[in-house]
Design a protein around this ligand. Structure first.
Ligand SMILES: [Fe+2]
Length: 144
């Protein structure tokens, strides 16, 4: 399978978890509720971003100017930083504010990848490369 198919499958699941986080952000009565929700989501999202950084972005960067892949990497770092800031939040207001910023960033970032980055990869990388990266993605995710 092509790496894009694997990454898109992960996106499909994340979209439903974003809706869950939005609900927690509006209903939470303490920072800890938001922190627990983000703690549950964060490992999957951060490992997803790390796999893009490691496998997909270098392959695309070999074919196009650096700009778009650098934007993606910068947003991955921002996701990481906001997640850490939520873990340290000392009040419900701070946790909710950072959580809302994280949710907006995630939705915008995922949309950019689906609308721009993944089509760019399909355009610039040949089928053999996409399949090879797909094999590496499967191995890193523990799939047979
Ligand atoms: Fe990403």
């Amino acid at each position: 399978m092509k790496i894009i198919d694997g990454l898109l499958g992960e996106h499909a699941l994340f979209h439903s978890t974003f809706d869950g986080l939005e609900h927690v952000l509006s209903e939470a009565t303490s920072a800890i509720e938001i922190q627990r929700a983000v703690e549950t989501l964060a490992p999957g999202i951060l490992s997803h971003a790390a796999l893009e950084d490691e496998l997909l972005l270098p392959a695309i960067a070999a074919h196009i100017p650096n700009g778009p892949t650098q934007v993606m990497r910068a947003e991955h770092r921002e996701i990481d930083a906001l997640t850490a800031q939520i873990a340290r939040a000392g009040s419900l207001e701070e946790a909710r504010d950072c959580g809302a910023r994280l949710l907006d960033l995630l939705r915008d970032h995922f949309h950019k990848e689906e609308a721009m980055l993944f089509p760019m990869a399909e355009h610039h990388l040949d089928d053999k490369k996409l399949q090879e990266l797909g094999q590496r993605w499967k191995a890193r995710r523990g799939l047979a």
